[in-house]
Ligand binder design. Structure first.
Ligand code: GDP
Length: 444
C-alpha cells in the first residue's frame, strides 16, 4: 500500500512530541529533521521537501504552537494543512467543452496505464454523467494496444474507433473525431502512443495530434511506482505539450508515494485522478485533503464510502455514512461493513482507509485474511441482538458465553470488542471533522 513507510515515519516523529508537555524550538527542529528524512525517503522531490519543511517549521515555532498544551496535535494540523497545499488544495475537475464533444487526449510513457485509464475514465463518465463516450485507438506502435482498447471498450460497453496499426495516428484521430461528431458522442477519449522514454518523434506525433484535435484536456498518465522518475517524465511531457492534468496510477501498489507530493509543485499541473487497481472501476478523483489524511494515517473514510457506493450496495453505504454521522454504528453495521469490505478487494488496502488502521501498532502483524473476517463474524453472530446493538452490555460473563458459542478464545473476543470500540470512537471523532481523533491514532 502506498505511503506505508512515510505514514509510519511521520507518526513516529510526531508521537515523540506527544510525550512532552510543552515543547521548545529545539524539539521542533528535531521533529522537522525527521519529517524531512521521512519525505526524502518517500522519494519526494528535494526542493518540495525543502520548502515544505521550511514552511512547517516557521509555522511550528510560532508562539501558538510552543505555548499550546497540545503541541503534537498542533503540529499534525500544520503538517496536514501543508500536505494538502503541496498537493494542490482542492480537487480539480475535468475540463469540459461548453458544447459537445469534450475531447480528452491521454498521453504518457508505455506501461504507465494510459489505455487502462482511458477505459476507466470512459466508464466513470458513463456511470456518473450518463455520458456516451467514444474512444479512439491511436497507439499504433505498442503491440496489441489497439486490441487492448477494443477489449476494454467491449467490457464497459463503450465504442472504440480504430483503423488497425498501419495508418498514421494523426489520420486515425482525424477520422475518429469526425465519427464522434457525427454520432454526437459527448466525450472523445484519444489513446495515444507511449514510448519507454520520451523522444522527439513521440513528442512530434503528440503535438500533431494536439494541434488537430484541440483537446479540452490533455491527461498525462504517470506511474506512481516509478517515483522521482515519474515526476521527471511529467515535467518532460508538460514542457512539450502543456498538459492540463495528471493521472497518477498504481497507487494501490507498494509505492513510497513521493510522486503524489511532488507533481503539483514541479509541474504546476494538478493531479486530477488516481488509479488504485486494475479493475475498470478503480479510478478516483484526487482529493488533496483525503490524500493528506491517508498519508498521516488518519484514514480516508470518504473514499471508502464512495468505493462502497460505486462498487456495491448503494443503500447500505448511505446507511453507513448516516450512522457514522449519527454515531449509531453498532455490531450489526460492523458485520455489514465487513461483508461489503470482503467484496472490495485486497483487505489490507481497504483496512488502511479506516481511521487509525494504517500503521496501527495493534494491527501491525495482523494479517488480514478472509478467515479473520469469518472468525469475527462467528463472534458477532454469537451475540444476542441486544448485545449487537449495545456493545456496552458485553460484561465478562457475556463475553465468556460468546467465546463458547463461537468457539473462539476469550482473548480473541475481548480483542475484537476492543478494536470495535476503538473504531467506533475514531469514527465519531473523525466524523466531527477535527483532529481530536489524532491523539489516539498516533500509536502508544
Ligand atoms: P499504457 O502502455 O500506458 O497504455 O499502459 P496500460 O494501460 O497497458 O497499463 C499497463 C499495466 O498497468 C497493465 O497491466 C494495467 O493493468 C496496469 N495498471 C494500470 N493502472 C493501474 C493501477 O492503477 N493499478 C494497478 N495495480 N495496475 C494498473
Amino acid at each position: 500500500m502506498a505511503f506505508e513507510g512515510l505514514t509510519e515515519r511521520l507518526q513516529n516523529a510526531i508521537s515523540k512530541l506527544r510525550k512532552k508537555g510543552k515543547i521548545t524550538e529545539s524539539d521542533v527542529k528535531e521533529v522537522m529533521r525527521e519529517i524531512r528524512l521521512a519525505l526524502l525517503e518517500a522519494d519526494v522531490n528535494f526542493k518540495v521537501v525543502k520548502d515544505f519543511v521550511k514552511t512547517v517549521r516557521t509555522r511550528a515555532v510560532g508562539s501558538e504552537v510552543l505555548e499550546s498544551l497540545t503541541p503534537a496535535q498542533q503540529i499534525v494540523s500544520i503538517v496536514n494543512e501543508e500536505l494538502i497545499k503541496v498537493m494542490g488544495d482542492e480537487a480539480t475537475p475535468l475540463n469540459k467543452s461548453p458544447k459537445i464533444p469534450t475531447i480528452i487526449m491521454m498521453v504518457g510513457l508505455q506501461g504507465a496505464g494510459k489505455t487502462t485509464t482511458a477505459g476507466k475514465l470512459a466508464l466513470k463518465l458513463k456511470n456518473e454523467e450518463n455520458a456516451r463516450p467514444l474512444m479512439i485507438a491511436a497507439d499504433v506502435y505498442r503491440p496489441a494496444a489497439v486490441d487492448q482498447l477494443k477489449v476494454v471498450g467491449e467490457s464497459i460497453d463503450v465504442p472504440v474507433f480504430e483503423m488497425g496499426t498501419d495508418v498514421d495516428p494523426v489520420e486515425i484521430v482525424r477520422r475518429g473525431l469526425a465519427l464522434g461528431r457525427e454520432k454526437k458522442n459527448d466525450y472523445i477519449i484519444i489513446d495515444t502512443a507511449g514510448r519507454l522514454q520520451i523522444d522527439e518523434k513521440l513528442m512530434d506525433e503528440l503535438k500533431n495530434i494536439k494541434e488537430l484535435a484541440q483537446p479540452n484536456e490533455i491527461l498525462l498518465t504517470i506511474d506512481a511506482m516509478t517515483g522521482q522518475n515519474a515526476v521527471e517524465v511529467a515535467q518532460g511531457f508538460n514542457d512539450q505539450l502543456d498538459v492540463t492534468g495528471v493521472v497518477l496510477t498504481k497507487l494501490d501498489g507498494d509505492t513510497r508515494g513521493g510522486a503524489a507530493l511532488s507533481v503539483r509543485t514541479v509541474t504546476g499541473k494538478p493531479i486530477k485522478f488516481i488509479g488504485e487497481g486494475e479493475k475498470s472501476t478503480d479510478l478516483d478523483v484526487f482529493y488533496p485533503d483525503r490524500m493528506a489524511s491517508r498519508i498521516l494515517g488518519m484514514g480516508d473514510m470518504l473514499t471508502l464510502i464512495e468505493k462502497a457506493q460505486r462498487d456495491f450496495d448503494q443503500q447500505k453505504a448511505e446507511e453507513m455514512a448516516e450512522k457514522m454521522r449519527a454515531n449509531t454504528f453498532d455490531f450489526n453495521d460492523f458485520i455489514d461493513q465487513l461483508e461489503q469490505v470482503q467484496k472490495m478487494g485486497p483487505l489490507e488496502d481497504i483496512m488502511k482507509m479506516i481511521p487509525g488502521m494504517a500503521n496501527n501498532p495493534a494491527l501491525k502483524n495482523v494479517n488480514v485474511d478472509s478467515k479473520d473476517i469469518e472468525r469475527t463474524k462467528a463472534v458477532v453472530y454469537s451475540m444476542t441482538p441486544a448485545e449487537r446493538e449495545n456493545p456496552d452490555l458485553l460484561n465478562p460473563s457475556r463475553r465468556r458465553r460468546i467465546a463458547a458459542g463461537s468457539g473462539r478464545p476469550i482473548q480473541e473476543v475481548n480483542r475484537m470488542i476492543k478494536q470495535f470500540k476503538q473504531m467506533q470512537d475514531m469514527m465519531q471523532k473523525m466524523s466531527k471533522g477535527n483532529f481530536a481523533g489524532m491523539e489516539g491514532l498516533l500509536g502508544n
